[in-house]
Structures are given as structure tokens and as C-alpha cells.
Ligand binder design. Structure first.
Ligand code: SIN
Length: 489
């Protein structure tokens, strides 16, 4: 940490109503690459969470009645500060999360882009007029900020998942309370420090760090002063949070798990498909909900694709994300590694072949227990658990298919519906497959689909609501219908 240009960015307490709340009770943040302690952070609980909700409620009136331009200026300041401090924020992120430094800096720019985007988009919260059914009436629709927003965010994108939610909420005129994952709270706290420097008023953006996830989650989902709850994380946890929100009929938006198919058709540009699969699968060591989960390859090109893909994956370099040239960092915990190893072992015991992985290209044990070698399995079939579980690790299961219809059926044979990818140069096939895939986001000859201008979100059990884009504000707005009557003389 001594290498930070600005050591003041390393905050160790919750940020509530513009103040840092220290306590003697602390939680440890460890570096997943080395196991070393990065920082000790004050461990907040129910009382601090309730204080944050109160602060957000009190701040709502003044924030929501600022003009969109005033809010835009403050958000733009925040964006500028995040980008000015990209190096430090990237370093903090790598230290607590593990992803390679270049990728971590990329995440800072990715997160900041949402703040820049919504600083502008907040000026375009347009209403509507509707022709009334009788001459003495007029119908006008206005949009208003929903109120206090609560968020629970994950460890895999400790900056961007907060930025994507907070930017839209604040631009819409809402105030915000977030509980970041306690494995990666430092990025969230650094964001709070910069929000304060940007001039965002006390109470508008609050960060509560506490390891009693259940108790804090209960306040954030059940508190009557919170109008909207948003979560990024697993489908299982999302379902239980949705049911907790039912008691106060909160608006919810959920960005949950995925099981992304990556389909390579026989007319695809195979080199482009290999490059796409590499980045989509191994970004963040496979720990994103839009990571490729299953690679489906048409029989005629199976050998060519697999050979080229194995060669490309061999070029990845596993290690501590702070080291030069490393392209895959550690996984977040040893439990996460073990869960993925079990999926690999189960697949092998059911007939899949390990063509690249721990046993084939050398053990990563010297790196530490959180590391897992990039793995490729061939001969995977749809009845194996790996085809139906979100892997969340650096493993590529390759399956084959005969016809276009088979690929679509395989791709849609899941409860998830977040992201899908396919490679084809046949324009008819491109439209047929794009329309048939039951996914909220489809990459066509493209594997990096996330950006601030596009609506991020899923279908089926991958969640609801959209983040980013012109649609991203809707989740933070109420539609109000004004009926003006008595207009006739
Ligand atoms: C996620 O894994 O939840 C987000 C991935 C992305 O924004 O691309």
C-alpha cells in the first residue's frame, strides 16, 4: 500500500452521512494472491446501517430537488477524480480482489464510464403527454426519483458494480446506501472518499462495511424508508433477497447468475472465435457472471477450434496480479477453487477429457492455494453438472453439436438467461440465432459486450432490470400520471 500516490484513498471505516465511522471491532481484508493482510476495516452492523438509511432519507429532498444539471456537474467531478486516481484505485482493487493490475485499471475506467454516462443521461429524464379520452382533460406523465436506494454488491467487480448502480441512482435524484462485499470493501471506500471530494453532499452516497451480511441485508431489504433495492450476485441469494423485499413491496432489480453459451458455427472466423472465447472465458479468472460457461462447437470445426484454443490458453500467464505480464490472477478464496475443482473432477469421472489444466501444464501449487490453472475439458455433454452450473472459474468445457437447432436447444437448456455469444458469418443464421437465444445480452462475433451505453441485464433466473444505457435510469424512477380536468369553460 505504501506505493499509493495518495494514501488518503485507503479508508478503513464505513462512510455514513459524510463521516467515517470507526469502531474497535474490525474485519480483515486479505490479498487473495498472497493471503497477506491488506487492511483492517471497522466492522459495521445494524446500527450503522440504520444510520445510513436515515442519512439517505434526510438527504433525499435536497438532492432530488437539485436540477439535473447540478447533479450532472457533481457526477462529472466524481468521474474526473476516479480517472485522475486510476492508478491508485487499480492497485487497491488488485490488492483486495486479485485481478491483474491492467485489468483492475480497466475496471476503474469501466466503472467511471457509468458515472460519466449517467451524468449526461440524467438530463434526459423526459415525461410525456397523452391525448385524453375527453376534451376537458389533459394527461401528463412525469418521472420522479423513487427515493432511497439500497444496494448489495459483489467482490468480483468491487468498483464497477457500485458505479453502475450508484451513477444511475444519483443521476435520477435518488440517494444511495451500499453494502459492498467484505472481501473487497476498500475500492468502495475509496469511491466514497472521491465522492466527497467531488462535492457530493453528505448522506447522498453511503457505504456500510460489515460482515453480518444477514443482519445488514435484512435492514436494506425490509426498511420501510428504502424504496428500491438492487443486488448483483448469485441467483440463490437474489431469490431470498427478493422475498425479503416483498414485505415492503420494494421495487427490485437483480443482476444474478449466468450460464453463458459460446457457440462456434462451422461458417465462423475460427481465429476470431478463439480470441473471443479466450477473453470472454478467462477475464477476471472466469469470475464474472457474463463469462463463457460452455463452449458449443459445430462438429466440422471442432478439431480446428480446439487445437487453436488450447494453444491460445497456454499463452496465459497465472500469478500475482501486481506482477508484470500476469494475465490471470488468483481466485477469490480457496473455497471457490475447491468448488470449481469439484466440477472439473465430476466432469472427468463422467467421461470428459482434461486437455489442459493442473495435471497437464504443471501445478500452480507454488503460487498458493487460491490459484487454479486455466483448464480445458473436451467431450463434455449436457448431462454433466458443469453444463448446468455457473463455473465462476477459469475452466472451459467444450461440447459439440451437429445442427443450428441443436446449438440453440443446448444454449437455451438452462434456467439462466444473462449473456450468450456466437460466431457466424452467415447473415441469415445471425438473425435466426440472435432472435432464438433466450438471453438478455447476445454477443455476435464479439465477446466483450459490457459498456456504459448498452443495457446490461438478464432474462429468466438471471434477474430483472437493466443497468447502463438510456434504459438504466428507469429502475430508479417512478412514473407519475397527472390528470388535469375541468378545462372546459
Ligand atoms: C458481473 O460479473 O456481474 C459483471 C460483468 C460485467 O459488467 O461485464
Amino acid at each position: 500500500m505504501h506505493k499509493l500516490h495518495d494514501p488518503q484513498l485507503l479508508k478503513k471505516a464505513s462512510y455514513i452521512n459524510g463521516c467515517w465511522h470507526s469502531s474497535a471491532n474490525e474485519l480483515a481484508v486479505n490479498n487473495p494472491a498472497t493471503g497477506e493482510l491488506v487492511a483492517k476495516v471497522s466492522n459495521a452492523g445494524i446500527a450503522e446501517t440504520e444510520l445510513a438509511v436515515k442519512a439517505a432519507k434526510n438527504a433525499f429532498k435536497a438532492w432530488s430537488t437539485k436540477s439535473a444539471n447540478e447533479r450532472s456537474t457533481l457526477l462529472r467531478n466524481w468521474f474526473d477524480l476516479l480517472m485522475e486516481n486510476q492508478d491508485d484505485l487499480g492497485r487497491i482493487l488488485t490488492l483486495e480482489q486479485g485481478k491483474p493490475l491492467a485489468e483492475a485499471k480497466g475496471e476503474i475506467a469501466y466503472g467511471a464510464a457509468f458515472i460519466e454516462w449517467f451524468a449526461e443521461e440524467g438530463k434526459r429524464v423526459y415525461g410525456d403527454t397523452i391525448p385524453a379520452p375527453s376534451g376537458d382533460k389533459r394527461i401528463v406523465v412525469i418521472k420522479q426519483p423513487i427515493g432511497v436506494v439500497a444496494a448489495i454488491t459483489p467482490w468480483n467487480f468491487p468498483n464497477a458494480m457500485i458505479a453502475r448502480k450508484a451513477a444511475a441512482a444519483l443521476a435520477a435524484g435518488c440517494t444511495f446506501v451500499v453494502r459492498p462485499d467484505t472481501k473487497t470493501p476498500l475500492s468502495a471506500l475509496a469511491m466514497a472518499e472521491l465522492a466527497e471530494r467531488a462535492g457530493i453532499p453528505a448522506g447522498v452516497f453511503n457505504v456500510v462495511v460489515g460482515d453480518n451480511a444477514h443482519a445488514i441485508g435484512k435492514v436494506l431489504t425490509e426498511h420501510k424508508d428504502i424504496a428500491k433495492f438492487t443486488f448483483t450476485g448469485s441467483t440463490a441469494v437474489g431469490k431470498s433477497l427478493i422475498s425479503q423485499c416483498a414485505s415492503t413491496v420494494k421495487k427490485v432489480s437483480m443482476e444474478l447468475g449466468g450460464n453463458a453459451p459460446f457457440i462456434v458455427f462451422d461458417d465462423a472466423d475460427i481465429d476470431a472465435a478463439v480470441a473471443g472465447a479466450l477473453v470472454s472465458k478467462y477475464r477476471n479468472a472466469g469470475q464474472t457472471c457474463v463469462c463463457t460457461n460452455r463452449i458449443l462447437v459445430q462438429e466440422d470445426v471442432l478439431v480446428e477450434f480446439t487445437e487453436k484454443f488450447v494453444a491460445a490458453v497456454k499463452g496465459l500467464s497465472v500469478g500475482n496480479g501486481l506482477e508484470e505480464g500476469v494475465t490471470i490472477g488468483p481466485m477469490i478464496t480457496v473455497q471457490a477453487v475447491n468448488k470449481v475443482k469439484k466440477l472439473i473432477d465430476d466432469s472427468i469421472s463422467q467421461g470428459a477429457q482434461l486437455v489442459l489444466g493442473e495435471d497437464k501444464n504443471g501445478d500452480n501449487a507454488h503460487l498458493g492455494e487460491n490459484f487454479l490453472a486455466p483448464t480445458i475439458l473436451t467431450g463434455v455433454t449436457n448431462d454433466m453438472p458443469i453444463a448446468h452450473n455457473e463455473i465462476f472459474g477459469p475452466v472451459s468445457p467444450i461440447m459439440s453439436f451437429k445442427e443450428e437447432e441443436d446449438a440453440i436447444a443446448l444454449a437455451n437448456d438452462t434456467d439462466f438467461g444473462l449473456a450468450a455469444y456466437f460466431y457466424s458469418r452467415d447473415i441469415g443464421r445471425v438473425w435466426r440465432v440472435a432472435e432464438a437465444l433466450e438471453y438478455g445480452m447476445v454477443g455476435i462475433n464479439e465477446a466483450l459486450i459490457s459498456n456504459a451505453a448498452a443495457p446490461f441485464g438478464g432474462m429468466k433466473q438471471s434477474g430483472n432490470g437493466r443497468e447502463g444505457s438510456k434504459y438504466g435510469l428507469d429502475d430508479y424512477l417512478e412514473i407519475k400520471y397527472l390528470c388535469m380536468g375541468g378545462l372546459s369553460k
